[in-house]
Design a binder for this molecule. Structure first.
Ligand code: HEC
Length: 84
């Protein structure tokens, strides 16, 4: 029984961590980069799978830096990197 409870905790944690990056992405990036990082008219190059930490902090070309808490910036960068 104890083992099942621990397993459930692990799953709950993993879900929250993953949801965070996705939520930040939806709120801060999706409008310009598309739901799956595939790009839009606004930002035509796909960003899925790319390393975005530096771009978030410093901006790039037409993209301004995005102000985020460090943990949110890391979560969303991990999320983008994991997109396929
Ligand atoms: C207001 C629109 C806008 C928002 C919001 C935005 N971006 Fe961008 N982003 C752009 C544009 C436009 C470019 C292309 C910049 C250029 O090369 O001129 C870009 C470029 C990038 C690149 C570089 C792509 C490459 O080919 O090197 C990454 C990575 C990126 N954005 C990630 C993000 C992430 C992560 C977020 C959310 C935290 C975000 N962007 C939010 C418009 C946006």
């Amino acid at each position: 029984m104890k083992r099942i409870v621990i397993a459930l905790f692990a799953v709950a944690f993993a879900t929250v961590a993953a949801a965070d990056g996705a939520a930040v992405y939806a709120a801060k990036c999706k409008a310009c980069h598309g739901a799956a990082g595939e790009g839009t008219k606004m930002a035509p190059d796909a960003i899925k799978g790319k390393d975005s930490a530096k771009v978030i902090a410093e901006g790039k070309g037409k993209m301004k830096p995005v102000k985020l808490e460090a943990a949110d910036a890391k979560a969303v960068a991990d999320f983008v990197k994991g997109l396929k």
